[in-house]
Design a protein around this ligand. Structure first.
Ligand SMILES: [Cu+2]
Length: 146
């Protein structure tokens, strides 16, 4: 008997919660609208913070390289002409950059960043080595295929 009474109470409580739910739903809808207005709030990757430049994120990214723990990960990637590569700087307060080596396009140089995303679109086939100019032992390469 006690169990039955308890069950009824739960059902009642549940009904009350559902009854009040409409207000909550409206609030949630408003919140969602607000969030969608904020660039960078795209929930693509929970590890990416809201400080990603979301507006630029909409272009197709063929490969993502994480800049973390004083390394490019993965260090060597292969993409096709016209592909955009994204570097996600995620090494906390430590600054890094992407600096193309000999033969790389002149503008294949990122700003110095600590927590941000930088993208570069490769328009010519080739093999481009790059380093972090602050830590030249950080090396990577992008092979761009026709
Ligand atoms: Cu570095």
């Amino acid at each position: 008997m006690r169990r039955l009474a308890g069950f009824s109470a739960i059902v009642l409580a549940g009904a009350l919660v559902v009854g009040c739910g409409n207000d909550t739903d409206e609030d949630t809808a408003e919140d969602t609208t607000t969030v969608l207005d904020v660039p960078g709030a795209m929930p693509d990757d929970p590890e990416m913070d809201a400080d990603d430049p979301g507006a630029e994120e909409s272009e197709d990214v063929a490969a993502t390289v994480r800049v973390e723990n004083f390394a490019f990960d993965p260090p060597n990637i292969t993409v096709s002409v016209g592909d955009t590569v994204e570097w996600v700087f995620a090494d906390g307060p430590v600054d890094h950059d992407v600096t193309g080596g000999e033969g790389a396009p002149e503008d294949f140089v990122s700003p110095t960043l600590s927590e941000d995303t930088w993208t570069y679109t490769f328009t010519e086939a080739g093999e481009y080595d790059y380093i972090c100019s602050l830590h030249p032992n950080m090396t990577g390469s992008v092979v761009v295929e026709e």
